[in-house]
Design a protein around this ligand. Sequence first.
Ligand SMILES: [Zn+2]
Ligand SMILES: [Zn+2]
Ligand SMILES: [Zn+2]
Length: 289
Amino acid sequence: MAEEKQEEQGLKCPICGKKLDDNFFEYHCDDCGFKVHHVISGTKIEDDELEKILAGEVSPVHEFTSPKTGNVFKAKLTLSANKREVKFVFDWDSGLKCPKCGKKILESGRGFSCEGGDFKCWKNTRGAEISREELKKALEGQSDELDFVGKGSGKPYKGRLVLNEAKDGLEFKFAERKSEDTGLKCPHCGKKILETDKGFFCEDRDFKCWKSTRGAEISREELQKILEGQGDELDFVGKSSGKPYKGRLVLNEAKDGLDFEFADKKDGLSGSELTDIARDGGSGAGEGQ
Ligand SMILES: [Zn+2]
Ligand SMILES: [Zn+2]
Ligand SMILES: [Zn+2]
């Protein structure tokens, strides 16, 4: 069925203008290396349409099937800027509104962007695929826990995506960094105290307190009592001695953390233990949130 007769009518190479060869599954130009498949991601593109695409027009919408994922997607086709390939054009209204300016967020093959140009989010972020649904949840502050891969380390980890402060993109949050408003006010600046897995901290980071201090667990309720100067007597364990002892936590002088106060100052604790405790109670939140 192959008639090798070269007709003047055939499709022309968009780069050099030479007639394209047809080997039944693709058109190609031997001179330039240009090629285009008859069937693109499961969809047959007819010659008359292809001719217009090669001439620089954008095709009507087609439905395609990703050979990698099997996902069905809609797109137009057009010639790439360097004319070397026919590429998809995704300019679909995602149905989402830009958190910054309220205009439409458009979806492309690689990501999402505001038609006003002030919001952007890649579909593949640190190994996690961000779907339209996932973006919607993230913009609503309801992101699912996603699996990411460390850029340098290659290690997998879990996290969420949230709208960044500038509202022009998403920002990554470690799953364990999920923080909750405790309803308590920072004794230093009056802003919110947030609770994480590991402790309590002011949203301005000028007050910090670990949940676990010297073997004693500090609950939200306990922290409230402490901030009100009504801290309960708690059971602690000496760091070096391993001995149990009782004490209270009180707000320190700098109001940026808690200090330890012995229930019985004649309890026979050594000077080094005192230093340990001061370190735990006072500066016990250098990192960790
Ligand atoms: Zn050519
Ligand atoms: Zn916008
Ligand atoms: Zn504060």
